[in-house]
Design a binder for this molecule. Structure first.
Ligand code: RP5
Length: 175
């Protein structure tokens, strides 16, 4: 079976970040959205980061997700070298537990935005990337709706399962 060309490029600053991105990989696999993963560091391999960003669009990538911890220049540097949307995932690494990465990604100077999700929120980054793809591909819109439907069912199942507490009646949730 021919592999579909990746639409989302996930760049992590270090191999040590991979574990924290599992949620994103799982969501994209579940939604069957083709993606690729690589490691490149804004500080340790700056040329690779620039080249990856410059070539991504022509290779068919539509959205870049960049994850890093510590001072986390990675998403901003990628964004500086491409007009593709870049989503940043600040990772909970080091003594500041991701606050440093969060601020570095969210507080980009005007002109080069990075769409920053919360610390460690890899799943949200994947979902946001799929929503961006849905602007061009209606099947991604459908996949997002199905994902939400499943998440919503989980909440109502948990609500129904409440037994030990005085719970609100079902009619409290009717339209
Ligand atoms: C960042 O520094 C990486 O993204 C990683 O989160 C952190 C530590 O990297 P290693 O020292 O584990 O390679 O650039």
């Amino acid at each position: 079976m021919a592999m579909q060309k990746p639409l989302i490029g996930i760049v992590m600053g270090s191999n040590s970040d991979a574990e924290r991105l599992k949620g994103a990989f799982e969501v994209l696999k579940e939604l069957e959205v083709p993606f690729e993963v690589t490691i490149a560091s804004a500080h340790r391999t700056p040329k690779d980061v620039a080249n990856y960003a410059k070539k991504a669009k022509d290779r068919g990538i539509k959205v870049i997700i960049a994850a890093a911890g510590l001072s986390a220049a990675l998403p901003g540097v990628l964004a500086a070298h491409t007009t593709l949307p870049v989503i940043g995932i600040p990772l909970e690494v080091g003594p500041l537990k991701g606050m440093d990465a969060l601020l570095a990604m969210a507080q980009m100077p005007p002109g080069i935005p990075v769409a920053t999700v919360g610390i460690g929120q890899a799943i949200n980054a994947a979902l946001l990337a799929v929503q961006i793809l849905s602007l061009q591909d209606p099947s991604c819109s459908k996949k997002t709706a199905q994902y939400r439907e499943k998440a919503s069912k989980k909440v109502s199942t948990a609500r129904d399962a409440l037994t030990e507490l005085p719970k609100a009646p079902p009619e409290a949730f009717l339209d």
